[in-house]
Ligand binder design. Structure first.
Ligand code: NAD
Length: 493
């Protein structure tokens, strides 16, 4: 079986210890690849390579914006040529239905194109000032931060890599990248594309391996100027603590437990479909999943009946055959989700449908969980409070708007939220009350390169995508020019 290697200083390299890790297809339980299982030493080699690239050879950093944009467009074109293979790779590695993986690849391609455009747009501000030292012309320049460490999760392997790599490279940084060891394969392909496109040696470095060895080394290194991370809140906290050592810049995209408030004046069929997308898309392994579903008591029974019928009609299978729902990413994740199902039952929620592993036909060896609905949930239940990261909807009935808003905000997280109502004023009112970074009204989950992505509270620090996503990877320098040369007579009294 081919070994997937690290990419350091423009060359592919095994880990110094020769250790490897297995990559499993979650639809079958079979091993589909081996990757390097890197150590602290491998990681430090990659960091040294990025440091040399940024501070010594400066090839990538010194390119002008147009030249960097041309390279990003070239990368996007190569991704487009390999669209089918990239999508199949994410489906094999992660389990997601092929049409979802294809959507991810398209979004990733557009993300590189978007930042290619943005990096050639005018930036900075100018102002004329005089605060007693004579007239000055003052302006700002955006510069790359330096060596950026980037660490990603397994739920959107290619897309999460792209959301970090495209803006960091557009800004002129050098990167050390660590994907999740659960789903590293499409990111390895992306680095093959970087190589083919001719990215300068050392500007992009890939280290495959565990969080404890590779991730921790990146986050705590004195030679890394910035670390950006997408993953669980718990690991995000440890990364922030590691980063304190040299006060590196930190960007954190963390977990969530987002609400979906459904009022009785909504379009009921629309609300049911968006609730399914908000809960079951990507097998529910979505940070912005809106699986805490608050339904107004007057339509509660009708909503649950429709949701149950549509959920039970969902097809389950190997992602390659394009079902509605594929396997969870791993045996561990499946067991974690089934553990939450048992907690839900034990704490008194009503199991409406699902709630067990699915092993029929081709699914026998895979890690499938039937789409699950719990009804009559209450705020204090574990399944309402904690991020499950699986296909589990938790329905909580409510009576008044104020009650719904209060319950929606009763969480340590603040990533996203959804409101379903045909009353525009009510939608805006509730949207303004929800303490979260991403709000959907009469829809759920669509994401755009143009719009900032990120959370309030324990869902993160900073924003990805949009112009904000580029600015995260830039330092801003102010430059002040005296408009009159010569002495100003400050010490002449
Ligand atoms: P995770 O936190 O377990 O792992 C994420 C990454 O961190 C992996 O690459 C892992 O190897 C690495 N890591 C683990 N321990 C580390 C350590 N001590 N130091 C440095 N790196 C370490 O998360 P996961 O299970 O891969 O992904 C699921 C989580 O990601 C969920 O909580 C989900 O909400 C979150 N997520 C958030 C967003 C967002 O945009 N806010 C997007 C996708 C996923």
């Amino acid at each position: 079986m081919e070994l997937k290697k690290n990419y350091i200083d423009g060359a592919w390299a095994e880990s110094v210890t020769g250790r490897t890790q297995e990559v499993i297809n979650p639809a079958t339980g079979e091993i589909i690849a081996l990757t390097a299982d890197s150590s602290e030493e491998d990681t430090n080699r990659a960091i040294a390579s990025a440091k040399r690239s940024f501070y010594v050879t400066r090839e990538w950093r010194n390119l002008n914006g147009q030249a960097r944009a041309d390279m990003l467009l070239n990368i996007a074109a190569l991704m487009d040529q390999k669209r089918a293979l990239l999508a199949q790779t994410d489906t094999l590695d992660n389990g997601k239905p092929l049409r979802e993986a294809e959507g991810d690849v398209d979004d990733a391609i557009h993300c590189f194109r978007y930042y290619a455009g943005l990096v050639t747009a005018p930036s900075g501000v100018t102002y004329d000032v005089n605060d007693g030292f004579g007239p000055m012309h003052s302006y700002t320049v955006a510069e790359p931060v330096g060596v950026c460490g980037q660490i990603t999760p397994w739920n959107y392997p290619l897309l999460m890599s792209t959301w970090k790599l495209a803006p960091a490279l557009a800004a002129g940084n050098s990167v050390v990248f660590k994907p999740s060891s659960n789903c590293p394969l499409s990111t390895v392909m992306l680095f093959e594309i970087f190589h083919e496109a001719g990215m300068p040696a050392g500007s992009v470095n890939l280290v495959l391996g565990s969080g404890g060895a590779v991730g921790h080394t990146i986050a705590s290194s004195m030679d890394v100027d910035m670390v950006t991370f997408t993953g669980s809140t718990k690991v995000g906290q440890s990364i922030a603590a590691d980063a304190v050592k040299n006060l590196k810049k930190v960007g954190l995209e963390l977990g969530g437990k987002s609400p979906n408030i459904i009022f009785d004046d909504c379009d009921l069929d629309g609300a049911v479909e968006w609730a399914m997308i908000g809960t079951f898309f990507n097998q529910g392994q979505v940070c912005s999943a809106c699986a805490r579903i608050y339904v107004q008591d007057t339509i509660h029974d009708a909503f649950v009946e429709k949701l149950k019928a549509k959920t039970e009609a969902m097809t389950i299978g190997n992602g390659l055959s394009n079902p509605d729902i594929g396997p969870l990413v791993s045996k561990d994740q499946m067991e974690k989700v089934l553990g939450y199902v048992e907690k839900g039952k034990a704490e008194g929620a009503t199991l409406v449908t699902g709630g067990c592993r699915y092993t029929e036909g081709e699914c026998a060896g895979g890690f499938f969980v039937k789409p699950t609905i719990f009804d009559n949930c209450t705020q204090n239940m574990t399944i309402v409070r904690e991020e499950i990261f699986g296909p589990v909807a938790c329905i909580v009935p409510f009576h008044t708007e104020a009650e719904a808003v209060e319950m929606a905000n009763d969480t340590e997280y603040g990533l996203a939220g959804t409101v379903c109502t045909k009353d525009g004023a009510k939608a805006i009112r509730v949207m303004k009350e929800i303490r979260a970074g991403i709000l959907w009204i009469n829809c759920c989950q669509p994401t755009f390169n143009q719009a900032p992505w990120g959370g309030y509270k324990m869902s993160g620090i900073g924003r990805e995508l949009s112009v904000h996503g580029l600015e995260e990877y830039q330092e801003v320098k102010q430059v002040n020019i005296a408009l009159e040369t010569g002495p100003i007579g400050w010490y002449e009294h």
